[in-house]
Design a binder for this molecule. Sequence first.
Ligand SMILES: CC(C)(COP(=O)(O)OP(=O)(O)OC[C@H]1O[C@@H](n2cnc3c(N)ncnc32)[C@H](O)[C@@H]1OP(=O)(O)O)[C@@H](O)C(=O)NCCC(=O)NCCS
Length: 249
Amino acid sequence: MTRTLFDWDAGEPLTPEEERMIDELEAKLRPPALPMAPYPPKAITLASGEVMVVRQASTDEVDTMLRIIEPVMWLKRDFFDIVAARLFGELLAWKLHRVRNEYCLVGVVDGELAGIVNGRLVDEKHGMSYHTLTLKRGLRVGAHLFASKMEHHIEFLGQDEVWIVAESPIGHRRWMIEYPLEEKFDVQHELGGAPSWVLTRETYFKAKERLVSGTRPVPEELLARSWPIREPDLRVMLVQVEDLLESRI
Ligand SMILES: CC(C)(COP(=O)(O)OP(=O)(O)OC[C@H]1O[C@@H](n2cnc3c(N)ncnc32)[C@H](O)[C@@H]1OP(=O)(O)O)[C@@H](O)C(=O)NCCC(=O)NCCS
């Protein structure tokens, strides 16, 4: 089917020449992209006994994820607000082709979104870790997803190192202390220009047995249940936002 763009000011369809110019401009606005290996899905049994499927998300799922994380942007606890707000922008940029080489992995428990991680390739050998956001707390969902993200960079994308920052004390404890990461303070991280920390291949393989879990392949039926993503019950997590809204009434 041919696409017809409309000029709302003139009240008539665009001419073929106008359509061609829009396509050319769009191509100029898009950053170039490197080919990226896919992340093979895996299944992790959480401390609760529930099974979390970790798989690659697609840009078709971005709108659903944005709707789910939008209220979290108002959660003024443990830096959920800034992380959700920045992640919102990064996912939108990914969908609209305004960021270079981004990927996103999701943790899904029984169809419900338990957490999100994302990052991008700076070049073939260097990765930029963006965010980790847990929507189902108390089960190390974020720790498992961060480990999956490091697994992706080092084992599937074949990178030498990943540049990382923490935006919260919990993040600092989970990444800098647990791995542990090394300082790479001469590199400004894309998240606000904070001094970077680095995960090298050596650090990753030393930490792998302790921190990277999951089994492959994921049984077909279990994997199929990770689509479509559904909203988790965020009531407990967001109770503080409700208090805030009520106090404004
Ligand atoms: C950092 C983060 C990804 C870690 O995720 P996680 O491994 O799933 O860990 P949780 O958030 O469930 O728990 C972290 C700590 O919070 C506390 N906690 C657990 N459940 C909690 C809950 N329901 N409410 C409040 N605090 C809770 C515990 O002290 C826990 O510490 P411990 O497990 O080390 O003893 C997650 O806390 C998060 O999304 N934070 C907000 C965004 C952020 O900071 N991202 C990282 C940016 S670098």
